[in-house]
Ligand binder design. Sequence first.
Ligand code: KG4
Ligand code: ZN
Length: 380
Amino acid sequence: MKPEITLFRVSNYFFKAKQNFSDMIILGIESSCDETAAAVVCDAENADGRILSNVVLSQENEHRPYGGIVPEIAARSHLEHVDHLIKQALDDANVTLADVDGIAATGGPGLIGGVIVGVMSAKAIASVQQIPFIAVNHLEGHALTARLTSDVEFPYLLLLVSGGHCQLLIVEGVGHYKRLGTTVDDALGEAFDKSAKMMGLGYPGGPIVEATAANGDGTRFDLPRPMLGRQECHFSFSGLKTALRRQIERLNDGGNITDQDIADLCASFQEAAGDVLIDRCTNALKQFRDQYPAGDTLVVAGGVAANQRLGSRLSELEKAENISLVVPPAALCTDNAAMIAWAGLERLKAGDSDPLDFKPRPRWPLDPDAPAAIGAGVKA
Ligand code: KG4
Ligand code: ZN
């Protein structure tokens, strides 16, 4: 039997009927991983009125039996659903394709089969409607979400923590990024997912670890804080993951690991991750302020930014470093198409769009000039 998929319309939060039809309207498509999503945004002055629709179809249930994302299943599912999601997003926004000024799709990085589905759909619509096509860097979608929801001004420091990336960047403007640090092994979301798997908690791991940790004691296990105290801004999470595995094996030795043990492990893992993020962000803030002495904003983005405990740990920096911390609403931290439509809108307003022969990019760094971090491999 085919597993069910879950459709949810995000952000009643921002949902408002479009008020001013002179606003620019962009349709966005996201299909780079395990969510098929479509959204319509506009450039209303008030952030509350910008998201006109935002539908996300999660493939979680299709991948769950395999304990992780199967690229072939993901691509086929995107292909099956993208058209009706686009229609849904237009209907929810109460607009037609004739009202749309441009169409944005994730052009990479991501699982290439899925990216191709979104890009081809967007190119077809752009070509029939004779409107601009914008191939959006998925990471730029995450990076600019805070400007969709909170009117954050450039430049700002960005902690980008997702399933595939863990980076600190200075966001200087649309298309202008300076990478200060990256992970040399796992991304933080990946470490959450792998840890959840080790503890038998299933997929996707991040939200389950957070929920399980709520009943746990984060001081019980003294897990390592990789890179803590080092004077640069890179990350490493494989040592933390290995230490967690050893603890699990120790507790499992008698075959009687308890639910409380698991909750305490999740909480301890989360606290270790929180300490690392605070330490790395403190270093990055120094570097940011060396370049921009008036810089006072730290934005957190990507799926892991949905974690409330990590958000509250990072808010410690507001007082300690005299900055304001901006974390978009959880539903806009995890993958969605409103962020892709918004990044497309920002690029189009800057006079930028892409030709219809754009080739999807499995790898697409935000700062192509950043020196490779030793050992970082493809995550650089
Ligand atoms: O940004 P995203 O939706 O997709 C990528 O671009 O990778 O991020 C997905 C990642 C997954 O690893 C997921 O486990 C993690 O974000 N994540 C979380 C939470 N919600 C999602 N990690 C920790 N706590 C959460 N609440
Ligand atoms: Zn993402």
